[in-house]
Structures are given as structure tokens and as C-alpha cells.
Design a protein around this ligand. Structure first.
Ligand SMILES: Nc1ncnc2c1ncn2[C@@H]1O[C@H](COP(=O)(O)OP(=O)(O)OP(=O)(O)O)[C@@H](O)[C@H]1O
Ligand SMILES: [Mg+2]
Length: 458
């Protein structure tokens, strides 16, 4: 009997080893699956582009490559499973054999009579069933272990700190950041540093800065989406957010604007008009009942932006955070929307508004301007104050002057001319124009060199 037990004891470490292999394979398999599902997702969401450029073959090759790896691991797992099964199924038989053999060979008086043999056999038979189930249990346990690990890691992933944004009612200004330093993750370096901002109730504040200066990050800081390393954020009132990338629901255009709020026809039509959506709705095949495809594929970028803005306006919140909502619309439509929605004559005239923008023509009509540069507030003040400082804001105006319609910037040009002095202003303009054309020239030269190289290679 003991020899049988000894065999079982020997079998345990062998099985432990096999189980650890099973675990390793299982982990590998899950990683492969993750990769495949991620790639597949990417393919399905971008299937239009993929078809357009004829990339099916190369993507198929990538998927097949991962599948090959999966099959390889599956094969190994299969072999291992078969071995474990074999061992545990043959163990009861081996135990019986060993028991009888040791019994017989232990001493001369030991004779295997039927009564002894059958009793032993029936005992061993009782063990057979649990033994047969054991391998499945081991494999199952390993799989559960691996899955639990993964689910655990996901469920216990770090959450955003919900108390990062305070709602202290005693604060006079609805939007406040004090000495704030923010980053896009615990280990990342800060994107915004030493931010001090107070936005007055009912005011229109513009946020300007070059690409990547941290304007969208500043809005995210108010929304509590950034990690706050230091400082204090206080937001009082309901918030409507117009993201830089407008997003659409897969439902009718009307529902996209109402966004599950009660329908108020008068208000709805007013907003449609103010957001310059009437002509678009007239073109769409089903009017405002047209189904908007996933991610708004049947709308243009500018249309999406305007629907997104209309949705925010309809929501009737206290605070409006608008991240470059007019970047993809024509300048005259942009002007219309600015006047009818955002400005002091618009639908949002009583609300507290933050407008991120590159459109310098709107800036004279704002109450306050915040200039961001490399993640810091380089200047803030009214339009007049900033222009008189002749600092980063004046630079910003000069930089973007060439991108606007002539007649729109006439007034701004005039103001800059007054503060900088006519000569200096002209000098700056000429300098910038020549820098631009030099860049252009440089680029052309590079292209020529590049083409030349390609030519010689051939
Ligand atoms: N979701 C994000 N996760 C991690 N880093 C981000 C994220 N969004 C922006 N960043 C980083 O923050 C920095 C500032 O980017 P941000 O989007 O705030 O610039 P921006 O001023 O809005 O530029 P733009 O004018 O192009 O909209 C960039 O260096 C960018 O890499
Ligand atoms: Mg941005």
C-alpha cells in the first residue's frame, strides 16, 4: 500500500512541473490573443482606409503570423495536456500493480488470495474516479489562476482621483486653478506647470498658444482628467465640454444634439440656426432624422464640430469648455457661429466660457486671454493689456496673421501697428515673411537633394 502512496508522492512534483509549464503556455497564449484581438479591432475600425489603400494582404499576413504563433502554443499545450492525462489515468493502474507486486515480494507468507485481491481492487477502484478527474482539475486551476491574475490587474488598475477637482461653493470664481502642476500619468513629466487661473463668472476667456502648448491639457485639467501633482482645482456648476475631436453617436442627427434631453422645438431650431446647421440639414437625405454612422462617417469634420457645439449649447450647462470648436469650419461660418453662439451677443452670453482658439479675429471680442507657452501661462490679461505688453501675445498675433483673411485682420494689424510703432511692425512682418519663405526654400532644397539621391541610387 505504501509503495502506491510513494508513487503518488513521486507523481506530485512531476505534475507540479507540468502545471507550471501549462501556466507558461497559457500566459503566452493570452498575450497572443490580446495582440490578435487588438490588431483585428484596428483593422475593423479602419476597414475603409485599409480597403482604399489595398492593405488587405499585409494585414492578413500579420494576423496569420499571430495565428501561427497561437497554433504553435496550442499544440504545445495539447501535448502537455495529453501527457498529464496519460500520467493520471495510468497512475491507478500502476498503483494496483505496485501494491500487489510489493505485497508478494515482501515476504514468503504473503499470498495474494482472491479475498485480499478483490478488496484491494475495490478500494483502488474508489480512488480511480477522483484520480481521473484530477488532471482536468489541475489544468482548470491553472487557467483560472492566469485569468484571475489578468482580471485582477485590470480591475485594480489605477483610477483617476475623483476628489482632484473641488466644488467649493464659497469660491467667488466658477473656474479656478491655483499653483497647479499636472501630468498625463504618475510617471510622466508635467505638461502644465505653475498654473494660476481665475475665470470670472459670465466671462468669455480665450486660451491661445502654439500647437502642443498645452491648451487641451488645460481643459482636461478642469475636467479632472489629468493627474494633479500639486495645487488646487475648483469648479462650480455644471460643465459642457466641446472636445477638439468631435464625437458622434450612432443615432439620428437630432438625437445627437438633444442627447437624451427633453425636446424643445423652439430652442432646438434656434440652436440649429445659430450653429449654421440649417443648410447641412437641408442637404442630408433624411434631414435631421438622418442616421449618423459610427464615428460620424457621413458627416464632414466641420459638420461634426458644429453638431458637437450644438449639443453642448442645448445641454444648457453653467460652464462651457470649448476646445477649438471652429477649427474645421470656414472663416465666415466661424464668424457667424462666434457671433450667434459664443460671443456676448450669442446664445451663451450669460454663461462662463473658455474658448481655445487659433482664430485671432475672435480675440478682440473676448474678456480675458490666457497665453500658454510650453505648458506654462506666459501671459494673461485683457486683449488691450496683452497687446500693450508686446510680449508672447503680440508674437502669437504676428505668427497667425498670415493665415487669416486680409480684411479680418486689418483691425488687428492696425492695433499692433499703433503699439509696436509702424516701422517695427513692418520690420517684424517682413522678417517673418522672409523666415517663412526661407523655410520654404530650405524645404525645396532638401526635396531637390532627396530626389537627387534617389536618382543616383537608381
Ligand atoms: N491624452 C494624452 N495622453 C498623454 N499625453 C498627452 C495627451 N494629450 C496631450 N498630451 C501631451 O500633452 C502635451 C500638450 O498637448 P495638448 O493637446 O494639450 O496641446 P494643444 O495646445 O491642445 O495643441 P493643439 O493646438 O494641437 O490642440 C503634448 O506634448 C502632448 O504630447
Ligand atoms: Mg488641443
Amino acid at each position: 500500500m505504501f509503495s502506491g502512496l510513494a508513487l503518488m508522492v513521486v507523481a506530485i512534483p512531476v505534475n507540479a512541473g507540468m502545471a507550471s509549464f501549462t501556466r507558461k503556455f497559457q500566459l503566452e497564449q493570452m498575450l497572443n490573443k490580446d495582440k490578435r484581438v487588438k490588431l483585428m479591432n484596428e483593422i475593423l475600425s479602419g476597414v475603409k482606409v485599409l480597403k482604399l489603400y489595398g492593405w488587405e494582404k499585409s494585414f492578413m499576413a500579420q494576423i496569420l503570423d499571430i495565428r501561427d504563433k497561437e497554433i504553435h502554443v496550442l499544440k504545445k499545450t495539447g501535448y502537455l495536456g495529453a501527457m498529464i492525462n496519460f500520467i493520471w489515468i495510468s497512475i491507478p493502474f500502476l498503483i494496483t500493480l505496485l501494491c500487489f507486486a510489493t505485497y508478494i515480494f515482501m515476504g514468503d507468507g504473503n499470498i495474494l488470495t482472491p479475498d485480499k485481491a478483490f478488496v484491494t481492487l475495490s478500494y483502488l477502484n474508489i480512488m480511480r474516479m477522483p484520480m481521473a478527474v484530477l488532471p482536468f482539475m489541475i489544468i482548470g486551476l491553472v487557467q483560472v489562476g492566469v485569468s484571475l491574475d489578468r482580471v485582477n490587474r485590470y480591475m485594480n488598475g489605477e483610477d483617476l482621483n475623483e476628489s482632484a477637482v473641488g466644488h467649493d461653493e464659497s469660491e467667488a470664481d466658477p473656474l479656478v486653478i491655483q499653483k497647479g502642476t499636472f501630468s498625463w500619468g504618475k510617471e510622466e513629466k508635467p505638461v502644465l506647470e505653475d498654473i494660476n487661473i481665475h475665470v470670472k463668472k459670465g466671462s468669455l476667456t480665450a486660451v491661445v498658444g502654439t500647437v502642443g502648448a498645452g491648451k487641451s491639457s488645460l481643459i482636461s485639467a478642469f475636467l479632472g482628467e489629468l493627474d494633479m501633482d500639486q495645487g488646487r482645482v475648483n469648479v462650480n456648476g455644471t460643465v459642457a465640454y466641446v472636445p477638439q475631436q468631435a464625437w458622434m453617436q450612432n443615432t439620428s442627427l437630432e438625437n445627437n444634439i438633444l442627447f437624451s434631453k427633453d425636446s424643445n422645438r423652439k430652442r432646438y431650431t434656434e440652436i440649429i440656426g445659430a450653429c449654421a446647421l440649417e443648410s447641412d440639414i437641408a442637404i442630408l437625405p433624411g434631414g435631421d432624422q438622418t442616421e449618423i454612422g459610427e464615428k460620424g462617417i457621413n458627416l464632414s469634420g466641420g459638420q461634426k464640430q458644429r453638431v458637437s457645439l450644438a449639443r453642448a449649447v442645448y445641454s444648457d450647462a453653467d460652464l462651457y469648455l470649448m476646445d477649438d470648436p471652429l477649427s474645421a469650419v470656414d472663416s465666415h461660418v466661424g464668424k457667424h457661429i462666434f457671433e450667434k453662439v459664443i460671443s456676448h451677443e450669442g446664445l451663451l452670453k450669460d454663461k462662463t466660457r473658455i474658448l481655445v482658439t487659433h482664430g485671432i479675429t475672435y480675440l478682440p471680442k473676448t474678456d480675458f486671454i490666457i497665453v500658454l507657452k510650453n505648458g506654462r501661462v506666459s501671459e494673461q490679461g485683457t486683449y488691450k493689456q496683452l497687446i500693450e505688453r508686446k510680449g508672447d501675445f503680440a508674437d502669437f498675433l504676428l505668427e497667425y496673421m498670415n493665415e487669416e483673411d486680409e480684411e479680418d485682420v486689418e483691425e488687428i494689424k492696425h492695433q499692433l501697428e499703433e503699439t509696436l510703432g509702424k516701422e517695427e511692425f513692418q520690420k517684424e512682418l517682413v522678417r517673418r515673411a522672409s523666415v517663412n519663405s526661407q523655410d520654404h526654400h530650405h524645404q525645396e532644397e532638401q526635396e531637390a537633394v532627396h530626389n537627387g539621391e534617389v536618382g543616383t541610387e537608381k
